[in-house]
Design a protein around this ligand. Structure first.
Ligand code: SF4
Length: 414
């Protein structure tokens, strides 16, 4: 079973809605710049003027991150940070000295576990072996490389800044330097055939990374791809690719442990597992999201999305306006939100969850979710039973393939 933190020995809940103990805590740091914007991307990423990495205001942004963290400390005081994820954007556009400075700051201000998984996202188009090595020396122990494809035609169609040779070179260097490497791949790409999708996957498998994330390309609203959709494989072809991805990775020894995530045994991404187990995370940086629990509330946070507004809110105006932008939006989760959001995360996991985890993370009795659980079970989307000696609730194979349908059953009001 997947480790989801030490919740099993927790004493009985005090009152419905109250947590007995805070969940494990992770830290997410958002570095929001990219050389240019990929046409399918709806992340909070901002193209650099003139595609020039030296245009990143590294020092000012680091100061803003430090201020952001300092302000957040009372909310996480004394808690150990079990993982750090530096995501983007393209964090590998930041100099190794800046990443080193960032990690020193995080370790100084927070109680970071000596065993913390520390991931940095990197782009093969912003790859230098010496810089990767310096990231490792700064304390990064897991590299997540956004390869997406090894096929030159598909990389061009995706508007990626790297070519196939750079993808291979960056992956090889990452695997030499880091013990834990994730390769991000996408399938159902414009004009892609099943055999081309298989070739991408086989190239990745030959490199033997500990972890592979394989995403179905989707057209997200407000992206150039949504405005002018490219010719994509139809639903049947995309479903064949998904099946091929699952079978090929399973045959190569990768466990399919979450909707899009595959890992060699014991090599799951601990940071992402914490999200899926409805753990807590503090998010700092422009547009970063967080989820923090205290004994009687669970709160979601979102920071200002635009880097300039984010820095101005924390460090003061660099322009002429007197109005200071708002840094933070917060939303307290209702009971219905807690049920839905727990299920939305935990049912992504192939192995699902232990019912006690639900109660420990939401502060609510599982009885409140019983009508939806029963309905999902009756529709063949959910399984309940004893696995590895523990009670367990997990999506059925059908539930995994029709995950949205399953999750909708837990929507408030349904
Ligand atoms: S590199 Fe990643 S974050 Fe940046 S624009 Fe492309 S998909 Fe978005």
């Amino acid at each position: 079973m997947i480790d989801s933190g030490d919740y099993r020995g927790e004493a009985r809940l005090r009152m419905p809605g109250q947590l007995q103990a805070p969940p494990p805590l992770a830290l997410y740091v958002h570095l929001p710049w990219c050389v240019r914007k990929c046409p399918y991307c709806d992340f909070n990423s901002h193209a650099l003027r003139g595609e020039d990495a030296t245009a990143i205001p590294e020092q000012r942004y680091l100061q803003a991150l430090t201020r952001d963290l300092e302000r957040s400390l009372p909310q996480v005081w004394g808690r150990e940070v079990s993982s750090i994820f530096i995501g983007g954007g393209t964090p590998s556009l930041f100099s190794a000295a800046a990443i080193d400075q960032l990690l020193v700051t995080l370790r100084t201000l927070l109680r970071v576990s000596p065993l913390a998984e520390i991931t940095l996202e990197a782009n093969p188009g912003a790859f230098e072996a010496a810089r990767f090595k310096a990231y490792r020396d700064a304390g990064v122990n897991r590299l997540s490389l956004g390869v997406q494809s090894f096929n030159p035609q598909h990389l061009r169609a995706l508007g990626r800044i790297h070519d196939a040779d750079e993808a291979r070179a960056a992956a090889a260097a990452a695997l030499e330097l880091f013990e834990a490497v994730n390769l991000d791949l996408m399938y159902a790409l414009p004009g892609q055939t099943l055999s081309e999708a298989r070739q991408d996957l086989e190239t990745a498998i030959r490199l033997a990374p500990a972890h592979v994330s394989a995403y179905h390309l989707t057209l997200e609203p407000n992206t150039p791809f949504a405005a002018a959709p490219p010719s994509l494989p139809d639903d049947d072809a995309a479903a064949d690719m998904q099946l091929m991805v699952e079978e090929t990775l399973a045959a190569a020894g990768y466990q399919h442990y979450e909707t899009s995530a595959f890992a060699q045994p014991g090599r799951q991404c601990r940071h992402n597992l914490n999200y899926w187990n409805f753990g807590d995370y503090l998010g700092i940086g422009a547009g970063a999201h967080g989820k923090l629990s205290s004994h009687d509330r669970i709160e979601r946070q979102a920071r200002s999305k635009h880097p300039q507004a984010y820095m101005d809110a924390l460090l003061g105006e660099s322009g002429s306006s007197n109005a200071r932008p708002t840094l933070l939006e917060t939303r307290k989760l209702t009971r219905a939100d807690r049920i839905f959001e727990f299920m939305m995360n935990a049912l992504r996991l192939t192995e699902g969850f232990d019912p006690r985890l639900f109660e420990a993370r939401t502060g609510l009795p599982l009885l409140l979710a019983e009508p939806a659980l029963r309905a999902a079970e009756q529709r063949g989307l959910l399984l309940r039973g004893v696995y590895d000696g523990a009670d367990n609730i997990r999506p059925s194979e059908q539930g995994r393939h029709f995950l949205n349908e399953l999750l909708q059953m837990f929507l408030p009001g349904d």
